[in-house]
Structure formats: C-alpha cells, structure tokens
Design a binder for this molecule. Structure first.
Ligand code: UD1
Ligand code: PEP
Length: 435
C-alpha cells in the first residue's frame, strides 16, 4: 500500500509552481470531441490520473489521443462511437462531460449513470433538463443514461435550478452545434467555465457571457480543432497557500491568479496571513498566530468547496472558535473523523463544522476520503506532533501532481513510500497462501 509519511514541525519556504487546472482540462478535452475537422492541441495539461481517464474515454469513442510533455493532442475527425462505459464513469464522474459533445455531434450519447460518491449523491438532472429542452429524448435504464435527438439539437432557453458547473459545461458544449440560439440562465461563473468558453470560441463556436450568470450560445454547423493553454489550477494554488500559512512559512506560489482566488485571499487575510501579489504569483507568509474565522462554501465567486477541507486543516490551528458551513455538497465532511484521529477539537452540527482552536494535533495513520481531504490530511501532518501516515492516495493522484515532492522541495519532511500491508486479514491470506 502506498502512503505519504509526514514528520511535522518544519516551516516551508521557497517557490512552488502551479500546474494547469484539472477542472478546466477535463471539460476542454471533452470539448475536443466537437471538432469533426482538424486536431486540437491542449497545452499545460497536468499529469493526473483523471486526465489519463478522460483520454481513455475519448480513445474508446474512436478518437486518436496523444499525451506527451504536458500536451494533449486529439484527432476526433473520424466517426465517433457514442458510449462511455461504467468502468470510466465510476473512476471519474467528470466522464459525463462527454455527453453534451457526443449528443451534439452524433445525435446520440449513452453514458453510464455516475451514482453517488464520497462527497454526496451528485445527480445530473440539470444536465439532462438542458438536453431535453434542446429536443433530446432522455432515457434512463440498465445503469445507463441515453440521450437521442432526430437531426440537430435546437437552441432553447434553459434556467438552471442551481449554478452547476458540470451542467453549465455540458449544455454549453451541446449548444455550440445546435440549430439556433441557446440562452442558459443561472449558470456557473467559475474561471474553468470561462476557459472552456474560450476554447470553444477558438474552435469556431459563438459563446458569449462566460463568467456572468447568463450564457448566449449561437449554434454553428461545424467546429474545428484548435490550440489552447489551460489556466493555472486555483485549487492547487490555494492548497500550497494553505501549506505556507499553516507552517508559518514564506512561499511564492507561482502561477496563482489573484482574480481566481479572491474569496480565499480575503479569508486568509482575515486570519492574519500576509498575501502579496508578485509578478508571477502570490507570496504567502504565515503569522505566528492564526485568527479564527467563519466560512461558507458557495458557487464562484463564493468560497470554493474544493478548498473546504484544506481550510479546515488551517482553522484547526487558529485561536478561538471557527465554523465552516458546506452548502454545495451535502456530504463533504468525511475527513472530519480523520482529523479527529489526529486529536482535532472538531464537531459536526448539521451542515456546519465547529472547531475550537488551536487543536494540539498529533500524528496518526489516516485515510484520505476524497482528493482534497488527502491534501488536507498531509497539510495537517505538517504541523502535527510526531508522524502522520496518509493512505488511500488514489484520491490524491486524481488532483495533485507530485504533491509530496513539491512539499519536500519547500522544506517539508515528507516522503511517499510503498509499505507492506500488515493488517490481520492480509496476514491470514498470506499465511494461507504459504501453507
Ligand atoms: C470536474 C469538476 O469540475 N469538478 C468540480 C465541479 O463538479 P460538478 O460539476 O459535479 O459540480 P456541480 O456544480 O454540478 O454540483 C454542485 C451541486 O449541485 C448538485 N447538482 C449538480 C448537477 C445536477 O444536475 N443536479 C444537482 O443537484 C450537486 O449534487 C452538488 O450538490 O464543481 C464542483 C463545485 O464547485 C467542484 O467541487 C468540483 O471539483
Ligand atoms: C470534487 C472534486 O472533483 P470531481 O468533481 O472531479 O470529483 C475536486 O476537484 O475537489
């Protein structure tokens, strides 16, 4: 079993470089399916397991995909197949993002139902509502969602009940090749939405309003391969900003875009952390004492749910009572039990978590419950007394490239090792095999 082993007590210093954004690159790769002519070339692609998964999904749809030197090249000019099987959707829910492109290009898409996951039930009803409004017939059965349209999709007016990131992206992609204009209201405003719209427009699409609450998409007949560089990952940037702050360190996070991080910067400054804009990033200097604050996760430009667990790690070290309220996902507190194993003074009350700090954190063996929890547990280990071992690293690898290596380069005592599994059950199996 692979583990990250952290010995707490070091202040971080130096420079760390942010990768391209996972949550931007996945929809952009899904969008390359829309190009029936020419190759798409995507730069600044991080080497994450999620990227390998979406590339596999595309290859299975009869495209040619290459991935070298942080560049993905996709040739989707041949006739596409239209099914994304469960083996991929199970690994990565963002596989459903191929549905809009496939439906627009082929008039049919069949994608395995994603099911629940560690952070909530995550339905896709808003995606489907958009496809239906554009004339598709949607059927759910045998573990699959099937959407089909006779001829082209038709432009429509769609109002999202919640500004879902995935629904905004999927419907936006579908609408690019629809007949007529689509008006999409109450949409997500995340920077990743803007990045996708920019890529689609380079392909020949006519998308207006990205970054605002309303999108206007004039359908076109055909889209072409295009070249694009992915925006920096604001969540990876925020994670390293937290690492600097929690250790009382001084770190330049290269590639961090201040406009993408306003809510995080505001909250960190309230905690007494110094954040300065430099030419190529943000310098973060942690204070001796962190102040307690309250946080509520919200769609962008509110505080991002994907920074919730890392911020929780930081608030465990703050003086006084802090509260975090999670409004985006109904079940994103699985990491709280793991923090408790590290002696955190923390309790859950409904959709909020209350912390009385600073907790006297102690190293322990803990298991990552999702990708951000994985990072947050490592961050907690940086300031815990003794040794912390973090397991279930498959989650971490979905969202962070060489996380332990980047922390070690900043001076952390952290390593990633393969350890034998000494659980009783495993030893019995091994003994039986040897008998
Ligand atoms: C690959 C990617 O970009 N993932 C991000 C994306 O996920 P994702 O696109 O899945 O997140 P959404 O914004 O769609 O989901 C937000 C909330 O809306 C609900 N919902 C969503 C769609 C729908 O049809 N019906 C519905 O009820 C979800 O269950 C959830 O409670 O945005 C989330 C919210 O910022 C981030 O945490 C994820 O990191
Ligand atoms: C929840 C996340 O991602 P996904 O939607 O891919 O599960 C995340 O990036 O924190």
């Amino acid at each position: 079993m692979e583990k990250i082993i952290v010995r707490g007590g070091r202040r971080l210093s130096g420079t760390v470089k942010v990768e391209g954004a996972k949550n931007a690159v996945l929809p952009v790769i899904a969008a390359t399916l829309l190009a029936s002519d020419g190759k798409s070339i995507i730069h600044d692609v991080p080497t994450l397991s999620d990227v390998y998964t979406i590339n596999e999904v595309l290859r299975n749809l009869n495209t040619e995909v290459a991935f070298h030197d942080n560049t993905v090249t996709v040739d989707a000019s041949k006739e596409l197949l239209d099914e994304a099987p469960f083996e991929y959707v199970r690994k990565m829910r963002a596989s459903v993002l191929v549905m809009g492109s496939l439906l627009a290009r082929n008039g049919r898409a069949r994608v395995a139902l994603p099911g629940g996951c560690a952070i909530g039930s995550r339905p896709i009803d808003q995606h489907l509502k958009g496809f239906e409004a554009m004339g598709a017939k949607v059927k759910v059965g045998n573990g699959f969602i099937e959407a089909q349209v006779d001829g082209r999709l038709k432009g429509a007016r769609v109002y999202l009940d919640f500004p879902s990131v995935g629904a905004t992206e999927n419907i936006m992609m579908a609408a690019t090749l629809a007949e007529g204009t689509t008006i999409l209201e109450n949409v997500a405003k995340e920077p990743e939405i803007v990045d996708l719209a920019n890529f689609l427009n380079k392909m020949g699409a006519k998308v207006k309003g990205a970054g605002t609450g309303t999108l206007k998409i004039e359908g076109v007949k055909k889209l072409y391969g295009a070249e694009h560089a992915i925006i920096p990952d604001r969540i990876e940037a925020g994670t390293f900003m937290t690492a600097a702050a929690i250790t009382g360190g001084n770190v330049l996070v290269r590639g961090a875009v201040p406009e993408h991080l306003t809510s995080l910067i505001a909250k960190m400054e309230e905690m007494g952390i110094s954040i300065k804009e430099e030419e190529d990033g943000l310098r973060v200097i942690g204070p001796e004492r962190l102040k307690a604050v309250d946080i509520k996760t919200m769609p962008h430009p509110g505080f991002p749910t994907d920074m919730q667990s890392q911020m929780m790690a930081l608030l465990l070290r703050a003086q006084g009572t802090s509260m975090i309220t999670e409004t985006v996902f109904e079940n994103r507190f699985m990491h709280v039990e793991e923090f408790r194993r590290m002696n955190a003074n923390i309790k859950i009350e409904g959709r909020s978590v209350i912390m009385n700090g600073p907790s006297d954190l102690q190293g322990a063996e803990v298991a990552a419950t999702d990708l951000r929890a994985a990072a947050a547990l490592v961050l907690t280990g940086l300031v815990a007394d003794g040794i912390t071992r973090v397991t279930e690293l498959k989650h971490l690898d979905r969202g962070y490239v060489n996380f332990h290596g980047k922390l070690a380069a900043l001076g952390a005592d952290v390593e990633r090792v393969k350890e034998e599994d000494h659980t009783e059950e495993n030893e019995t199996i091994v003994a039986d095999l040897n008998a």
